[in-house]
Design a protein around this ligand. Structure first.
Ligand code: F3S
Length: 424
């Protein structure tokens, strides 16, 4: 791997032990990936220093938080002082809501571990966004910006909608990148790797968040880990629609980048998105859409719903407004959890939406979700979801039945306790 003089100096310890170890980790990682150099990154999103009760107890004898970062994040044999983040770094979602951990059924030890890890990371200059939607909480990378992000739904949004460049990184590489502002130059950092490989032609109108989620689920299934380009009957999407579209495509498949002709920045035309490749066209029509809906509802048999979970990826303020509007003056009979970021929660409180949702018996939770936090209300047998991503993961993870539908259908289930969703 070819390193610049500045990178060699960091590797040799000119920036201190922690940065030398971080460089060592990134160089090893890059070599394994076949990268011939590193690239400067100005935007990192990971989970630096975050702790569970197990990690906390395991590393307590060696020095607590510094040991978690040195030994676990950077995979080193020694414990060292960790300097301030060298580049802008955000902390993504965790497993615990600091206000709602009891509602989530978490032990106090999990809350304490998370609280102390947050204080530690904050002291290093990490922005504690605690969300899978950093782009809704103030971190919006610009076109062409090299990032080092974790979280598949955030990665696909950054690459596709914003035109930033990131692979799906892990805890170790993001914690290292945070210290030295470098990441291996491979995969989606390289412009030649960003051309579409599959072509999906959409023949059925795709307008609502629900429709965009199903289309994303279809695209992930057919594209796998390839880069798809879509054209056809797509209405103008918005942030929420693309949030659900990308999260679904990154769940049923491993899509990290997609192009929408005439909409996303690297696809002014179909030819521009495809470059030299000319793949066969895959059609998304009414039959395909029906099949996706059936597959997302495949394990729902019992219409008695005891839990409704919304906010995957974390709800945007528009979605909080929609939920509050649907709940206004009503009462839920099923448990209702809506997950969002702290930033959106604050705005929802300012608009009076939290009051409406809480008065109806719903709970607004932050920092985590049912899948990441492994949390559903005690005794849950049947859940209703408006997220294809959550419908993909949660039933298998928690051994429960799931229904997938629109947000309005889910709120109806929360109020009536019955699933009355219909196929599109
Ligand atoms: Fe976010 Fe959890 Fe979904 S972290 S993307 S709400 S699985």
């Amino acid at each position: 791997m070819i390193l610049t003089d500045a990178e060699k100096a960091l590797l040799d310890g000119s920036g201190g032990v922690a940065r030398a170890r971080a460089m060592e980790l990134l160089v090893d990682y890059g070599r394994i990936l076949g990268a011939d150099r590193l690239v400067e990154t100005t935007n990192v999103a990971g989970v630096p220093g975050q702790a569970t009760p197990f990690l906390r107890a395991f590393f307590e004898p060696e020095g607590g938080q510094a040991a978690i970062f040195s030994r676990f994040d950077l995979d080193c044999d020694v414990v060292f002082d960790v300097p301030l983040a060298g580049v802008r770094t955000a902390c993504l979602q965790s497993g615990v809501d600091p206000l709602g951990w009891q509602e989530l059924g978490k032990p106090e030890a999990a809350f304490i571990a998370s609280r102390d890890a947050e204080a530690y990371a904050g002291s290093l200059g990490v922005e504690m966004l605690r969300t899978c939607t950093p782009y809704l909480a103030g971190n919006v990378p610009v076109f062409g910006e090299h990032c080092a992000w974790m979280e598949s739904s955030a990665v696909i949004y950054a690459n596709s909608v914003l035109g930033a460049r990131t692979n799906t990184e892990g805890r170790h590489s993001t914690s290292a990148a945070m210290l030295v502002g470098r990441i291996p130059y491979w995969g989606l950092h390289r412009p030649e790797n960003r051309k579409a490989q599959d072509h999906v032609h959409v023949k059925v109108p795709v307008e609502s968040v629900f429709e965009w989620g199903m289309l994303g689920y279809f695209v992930g299934e057919v594209a796998g880990e390839a880069i798809p380009v879509l054209d056809g009957a797509l209405s103008q999407p918005d942030v929420v629609r693309l949030k659900h579209f990308g999260a679904a495509a990154a769940s049923s498949g491993g899509v990290e980048l997609y192009h929408l002709v005439g909409i996303t920045p690297e696809a002014p035309t179909l030819t521009a998105a495809l470059g030299d490749s000319r793949p066969d066209t895959i059609v998304y029509d009414e039959t395909a859409r029906r099949r996706v809906w059936e597959s997302l509802n495949a394990n729902g048999t019992d219409e008695a719903v005891d839990f409704v979970m919304l906010g995957c990826p974390h709800a945007a303020i528009e979605q909080m407004r929609e939920v509050a509007g649907l709940l206004d003056g009503k009462q839920v009979t099923s448990r209702l959890w809506i997950f969002t970021s702290r930033a959106v929660r604050d705005q929802a409180a300012a608009e009076g939406l939290l009051r409406v949702i809480t008065a109806a018996g719903g709970h607004v939770l932050t920092d985590t979700c049912s899948a990441i936090g492994n949390a559903v209300p005690p005794g849950t047998r049947v859940v209703a979801l408006d997220s294809a991503k959550q419908a993909h993961y949660l039933p298998a993870m928690m051994g429960i039945e799931a229904w997938f539908g629109t947000t309005a259908e889910c709120i109806d289930a929360a109020i009536t306790g019955r699933w009355r969703g219909v196929a599109p």
